[in-house]
Design a protein. Structure first.
Length: 606
């Protein structure tokens, strides 16, 4: 009597993928026990942790393995091969780096449609590990970041090339190579820049940015007309590079006393053996700034940081710059300078000047990423321009005394700084888009201009009547500005920060319930226009956020005492996960209600 086939084990909740995985394991005599999904940090792939056990054929030790499903993309197509290439590096002097700092692969990778299945050994030393992104702003961060840079440069590249007999690149070609497709004429980065500053960004060598007091070079003008094209870089180190080095691709131990030498690189899809070595250190630093520090910094502190990053010295002075950030910048730049100035290389000051070009390119990369706020993207664009100017200054190029002031539809100078309270009147923003943000999105990208985090970056609409409607609109903006950044940061927030963040969310949600009621009571025409239902939903959502924030606040002390910091995904506290997930869900509902209310206001011309 024929027996029905065994049901396919649900691993990735994808019938085709799960069937192919089951066939691969069965053919090779393996069973996968207790698979559980892991967080990916927004990489787009899917990770499953499980115990791989040999049940047939030649005996082989089993153990914990991570199975990675890499979705369709140009990088994904190359990931298995590039990961193997990184592990197969046999250059003398790199053996220790490969053995200690690269995640190992197990079994063969499997192509499933346009995706790949990869089997990896867990990153780490058998103790609790997490990503540098999840570790957050700890006292260890400056030393960790600097040591990663030191080892990626020196440990992975004991004998780099500087281009051999190839043509010496210009500074413009250097930046273009780092940017890759982002430098293309039709790239999203260029489209975003044109939308802010207008068409002059495609042609002007120098311009004055809105609110600026002097000309700066155009950081995206990289053709023959660029001032950078007149300067060649005779010593441009090339060698082994990760290609996408950011805090989410670096695994570190959770324990506070762990050695800085204990780190592991993951996601080697962009590995290259002939890459420009300037990218990895600069990209790591700008990502740390963008993810860990900049959202919490005021305007004056941001200005101090611009000055410090584009100075020739490694120090990061500025009384308003957070101490941890200042130390991180200083230590990373010190590691950068020390490597280039070492006795066996001796390529300083050429290498020191390449810092500015790498900073220019990597700052533009951040500007291209929609997950960041418009204000933060604009700050990184300014950093790119200032870094370009710093390189030219190091080459004794003087800026012109004056240059055209660029001003496009998305950016004007002189608008007020963000308002921190519940004002009676605020600066109006462009009309909102009508599509609501998607449920559960990590960062709601459908309202990038309707509800800006910093209103000074948006041009007021002259046709909007100056009646009481901006009061409600202003409160809606305030709600967005208050809750959207924490919504992005909550999934990776360290446990020692969750209590404070939850308490703040609870307080602000309660304040906004009364603030919204107070401002809308005097505007009956808002309700007549049909926006009232959205406001009622928003008020209910704010009350839910306040309650759930309090629930999380009650759970955090227990979790912090148990784990010391945020635990790895497979050892999360179920009670804490539930409280955190419910709070995130509540914030999603609030942002969705804000989007719908703003769309209603815009649609009725109020």
């Amino acid at each position: 009597m024929a027996h029905p086939p065994s049901p396919v084990q649900a691993v990735f909740d994808d019938t085709v993928v799960d069937r192919e995985l089951a066939a691969l394991l069965d053919t090779n005599g393996y069973e996968l026990e207790h698979p559980q999904r892991l967080e990916t940090g927004g990489s787009g792939g899917k990770l499953v942790l499980g115990y791989l056990r040999k049940v047939r054929g030649e005996p082989r030790p089993g153990g914990m393995r991570i199975i990675k499903l890499v979705g369709p993309s140009p990088d994904a197509e190359a990931e298995p091969a590039n990961h193997l290439r990184a592990l197969d590096v046999r250059v003398p002097g790199t053996e220790d780096f490969t053995e200690r700092h690269l995640v190992k692969l197990d079994l063969l990778s499997l192509k499933v449609g346009d995706s790949w299945l990869m089997f990896q050994y867990p990153a780490g030393d058998g103790q609790e590990t997490t990503t540098l992104a999840r570790l957050g702003r700890t006292r260890r961060l400056p030393q960790l970041a600097a040591h990663v840079v030191e080892r990626v440069l020196g440990g992975w590249n004991p004998n780099p090339t500087t281009g051999g007999r190839d043509k010496v690149p210009t500074a413009a070609e250097f930046v273009t190579e780092l940017l890759g497709r982002r430098a293309d004429p039709d790239s999203p980065l260029r489209a975003w820049t044109r939308s802010l500053l207008g068409p002059l960004t495609d042609s002007e060598k120098w311009f004055t940015l809105p609110g600026g007091d002097r000309p700066v070079p155009n950081p995206l003008l990289l053709g023959a007309a660029s001032p950078l094209s007149a300067h060649r870089l005779p010593f441009t180190p090339r060698g082994h590079a990760h290609g996408d080095l950011h805090p989410g691709n670096i695994m570190v131990p959770v324990r506070e006393r762990a050695s800085a030498e204990d780190f592991w690189l993951i996601d080697l899809s962009r590995f290259s053996a002939t890459a420009l070595l300037a990218r990895d250190p600069a990209h790591l630093l700008v990502c740390l700034i963008a993810d860990c520090y900049l959202p919490h910094m005021g305007e004056e502190a941001r200005e101090e940081l611009l000055t410090a990053l584009t100075a020739d010295a490694e120090a990061c002075p500025g009384p308003l710059i957070p101490q941890g950030l200042a130390a991180t910048v200083t230590e990373v730049r010190r590691a950068w300078i020390s490597w280039g100035a070492s006795a066996h290389l001796g390529i300083d000051p050429h290498w020191r000047q390449q810092w500015f070009l790498a900073l220019q390119a990597c700052a533009l990369m951040v500007s291209a990423r929609r997950r960041y706020t418009e204000a933060d993207r604009w700050w990184f664009y300014r950093l790119a321009a200032e870094a370009c100017g710093a390189f030219l200054g190091a080459r004794q190029v003087r800026s012109p005394e004056s240059a055209p002031v660029v001003s496009g539809p998305g950016l004007v100078a002189g608008l007020p700084a963000p308002v921190t309270g519940l004002p009676d009147r605020v600066v109006s923003a462009p009309e909102p888009v009508t599509d609501p943000p998607p449920r559960g999105a990590a960062a709601v990208d459908t309202l990038p201009e309707a509800i800006p985090h910093f209103r000074r970056f948006f041009e007021p609409r002259q046709e909007e009547p100056l009646d009481l409607a901006p009061t409600v609109r202003g409160v809606l903006r305030q709600i967005w500005e208050t809750f959207e950044p924490p919504r992005r940061q909550l999934p990776s927030a360290p446990s020692d920060e969750l209590w404070t963040l939850a308490a703040l969310l609870r307080t602000r949600a309660t304040e906004f319930v009364f603030g919204l009621a107070r401002t809308s009571m005097s505007q009956t025409h808002v309700y007549e226009a049909g926006v009232g239902d959205h406001l009622a939903t928003l008020v209910a959502g704010l009350r839910v956020v306040a309650t759930r924030a309090d629930d999380l606040r009650q759970q955090v002390p227990t979790v912090a005492a148990s784990w010391g910091t945020i635990p790895p995904p497979h050892r999360q506290s179920p009670r804490r996960l539930t409280a955190l997930d419910k709070l995130i869900e509540g914030l999603d509902d609030v942002l969705l209600a804000v989007g719908r209310a703003m769309a209603g206001l815009g649609g009725n011309g109020l």
